[in-house]
Design a protein around this ligand. Structure first.
Ligand code: PEP
Length: 250
């Protein structure tokens, strides 16, 4: 792989507490190595750890992101939620939106579209997740589903330069199963084609997520059109996360 400007997004999901933060010491150390100076690492811990992660990573090249936000940009009576302004205020620079685990909790394309608009107006960068379920894949609906998620999710959004699309087949998340390399290459190509056509972009950033681990990364990195990886389970163990990075950038 020739592209060193790769993204490595660590999604900690609903794991981690204050005592877990020191586990990223070796990742911080890695970013000081000249060989890895061009990569972009984004840690997305639970909301409760955002500020601590920002403090911890302040002298490094690691960015911090949240895992979701409310669509309402103004403060208001939404018990249990936080908005994009609050994420920005924590010092975080990114937010994951449209993750299949948030879609499972009720986030739909139109709501995700509102969230993206809110996050962009708070000057956050977006990791916009899309992906088909196992049944949709089985019924040959992948193209249709991805098209809909992109077209509704990104409707009337012009500022694409702050958006990274994460292709995450739902059937691959947390299962240990990854797509066949040819299939994945085709999906990435199709996603880039839609975005280039509608958003008139030369080189949109598409990352892949779904059971990325130190064993399968050698296979996945063969796809030169992928701009990075969103890593869930394996990112909670720094040794595995570092392994993934080192095996990608060599
Ligand atoms: C994710 O959380 O987006 C993800 C891809 O998880 P995992 O790597 O565990 O499949």
């Amino acid at each position: 792989m020739t592209n060193n400007n790769m993204y490595f997004v660590a999604n900690w999901k609903m794991y981690g507490n204050q005592s877990s933060i020191s586990s990223i010491n070796n990742v911080i150390k890695l970013t000081k190595d000249k060989k890895f100076r061009k990569i972009r690492i984004v840690y997305c811990p639970p909301f409760t750890l955002l500020r601590s992660f920002v403090e911890k990573t302040k002298n490094s090249k690691i960015y911090v992101g949240a895992q979701n936000c409310h669509y309402e940009i103004e403060y208001g009576p939404h018990t249990g939620f936080i908005n994009s302004k609050m994420i920005k205020d924590s010092g975080s620079k990114f937010v994951i939106l449209g993750h299949s685990e948030s879609r499972r909790e009720g986030d739909q394309d139109k709501i995700i579209n509102k969230k993206i608009k809110s996050a962009l107006s708070s000057n956050l960068k977006i990791i916009f997740c899309i992906g088909e379920t196992f049944n949709e894949k089985k019924n040959n609906q992948t193209k249709f589903v991805l098209n809909k998620q992109i077209n509704v999710g990104l409707e009337k959004i012009k500022n694409f330069k702050n958006i990274i699309v994460a292709y995450e087949p739902v059937w691959s998340i947390g299962t240990g199963i990854i797509p066949k390399i040819n299939d994945l290459e085709k999906q990435i190509y199709d996603i880039k084609k839609i975005i280039i056509k509608f958003w008139k972009l030369k080189n949109p950033k598409i990352i892949y997520g779904g059971s990325v681990n130190p064993k399968n990364i050698a296979e996945l990195k063969k796809i030169s059109s992928i701009n990075g990886f969103l890593v869930g389970g394996a990112s909670q163990n720094s040794k595995n996360f570092i392994d993934i990075i080192k095996k990608t950038i060599n």
